[in-house]
Design a protein around this ligand. Structure first.
Ligand SMILES: [Zn+2]
Ligand SMILES: [Zn+2]
Length: 399
């Protein structure tokens, strides 16, 4: 990598920042990454899982493959960065830095296009709809790993609050699942002055909200992180009328499928039990939006080694704390060995760094080089011409 690669990646990042889409509606970004990779000599396939793009490059004869993943979608937010390359698309902006994620992978594409040393295939996965948590699954359902067989997948997310350019990752769970629930409690409304004629769903709802907090404090293993948050409480009552119905919505984060199943069971039991105690009826809908992101231990070791080489051992934490936010990368990690890592965007409040999903958020271009180096080092290491894995494979093939 040289200054020219970083300069190119910076220009690509800023152009991508100008043309955000949301969800699967990311045609402008998809066209841009497809054109850029084609121009660099990569073989490009578009329309995977809707608007997903795959770019592939093969060198040598090895059947080994590695995939690098970038997300392409922005958020439905009106930008207030004041940047000269601010969003040209009203109601959409890159507030999560996915423009930077694409630019780091494109930067790696430009470096790898000039590199004839690796032996195997690199796939670049540009996915839509990370924010709603449905893009990776759509690409997998569309045959992603059948059409583009992949041994390992890696991805990065920029994180404001982590020191600039540091790479943090961990084996095992690194990001949480996200489940949502809706509890509909039906009673019988009536005059606020005559509670003896009604079945008051407000009382049931209030008890349910408090009792749901016992799932974490009394049911989940205290050494396992679980979050249960009630986020909406909606009634059809009026100032002087007890409602017929109360709807409680909530959001759950866990790091294992077992904890997710435990919370679902307990939400149902608690809501049904309290409703029955008050002669009300209740209906619970429980949905899974994101699965927990689980890093493969070996891929984690490879990612940590590449990170140390790329940014220096003092800037790498290979056993960081997991975070309770969620990430669509989880879907790939359920299919093939994978490792997801965080790249520090710098201290919040310094140099204009603000939290993700803010109207003022702008990706920190100073970390593009670190991301590109991480990816290209990873490819060089995993697809090295004379790695022991290659020798084993070639010997096996020869038999
Ligand atoms: Zn986001
Ligand atoms: Zn994001």
């Amino acid at each position: 990598m040289n200054a020219e690669h970083i300069d190119l990646a910076t220009r690509w990042r800023r152009h991508l920042h100008e043309i955000p889409g949301t969800g699967f509606d990311v045609a402008e970004a998809a066209d841009f990454v497809a054109r850029t990779c084609t121009d660099l000599g990569w073989k490009v396939t578009t329309g995977v899982g809707g608007s997903g793009v795959i770019a592939s490059l093969t060198r040598g004869t090895s059947a080994r493959t590695i995939a690098l993943r970038a997300d392409m979608d922005g958020l439905p937010i009106d930008e207030q960065t004041g940047a000269e390359y601010a969003s040209k698309n009203p109601g959409a902006m890159h507030a999560c830095g996915h423009d930077g994620h694409m630019a780091m992978v494109l930067g790696a594409a430009s470096v790898l296009a000039e590199d004839s040393d690796f032996d195997g295939t690199v796939h670049l996965i540009f996915q839509p709809a990370e924010e709603p948590g449905t893009g990776a699954e759509a690409m997998i359902v569309d045959g992603l790993f059948d059409r583009f067989p992949t041994d390992e997948v890696y991805g990065l997310h920029n994180i404001p609050g982590l020191p600039e350019g540091e790479i943090h990752t961990r084996p095992g769970p690194i990001m949480a699942s996200e489940d949502n629930f809706e509890i509909r409690i039906s009673g019988r409304g009536g005059h606020a002055s005559a509670p003896h004629f009604v079945i008051d769903p407000m009382i049931v709802g209030a008890e349910v909200v408090l009792a749901l907090q016992t799932i974490v404090s009394r049911n989940a293993d205290p050494l396992q992180a679980v979050v249960v948050s009630c986020t909406e409480l909606i009634t059809d009552g009026a100032r002087n009328a007890i409602p017929d119905e109360v709807v409680i919505r909530g959001d759950v984060r866990t790091f294992t499928d077992g904890d997710s199943a435990l919370v679902e069971t307990r939400v149902q039991e608690i809501a049904a039990g309290i409703a029955a105690a008050h002669r009300a009826a209740c209906d619970v809908t429980y949905t899974r939006v994101f699965r927990p992101t689980i890093n493969d231990a070996e891929c984690n070791a490879h990612a940590a080694a590449a990170a140390r080489q790329a940014v220096g051992a003092d800037k790498v934490n290979a056993s960081c704390q997991p975070i309770t936010a969620s990430e669509d990368f989880a879907a790939y990690a359920r299919e093939v060995p994978a490792c997801f890592a965080f790249i520090g965007a710098g201290e919040i409040g310094k140099g204009g760094t603000v939290p993700l999903h803010s109207r003022e958020f702008d990706f920190n271009d100073a970390i593009l080089g670190a991301g590109i180096d991480f990816y290209t080092t990873l490819v060089a290491e995993r697809l090295a011409e004379h790695s022991p894995e290659h020798r084993t494979e070639h010997l096996t093939e020869g038999k």
